[in-house]
Write a new protein. Sequence first.
Length: 107
Amino acid sequence: MPDFLALTESTYYILLSLLKPQHGYGIMQKTEEMSHGRVRLAAGTLYGALNTLCDKGWILPLPGEDGSRRKEYKLTEKGKAVLINEVKRLKELADNGERALGEGSTW
């Protein structure tokens, strides 16, 4: 299955939030902030997504401090390529929509 498929909104914001290494709670906060509260990740949803993204090689867990349960994650080069591709895809969608609406649309 190719890596360059349309991302869910949650996955998109998780990857965006990991342009700088973050721990789970930081990812949840950043996602909610960037989406203006529209995307709120529950802990179970987030950690399931993080495991999937690790399995795909899009993110990596960073070594934690001894005795700490807090785990930070970072975006890999592969994950950054997926994110860049998604931004291009979304831009194309928006450009096409704006163009169609500007061409005599009755909306």
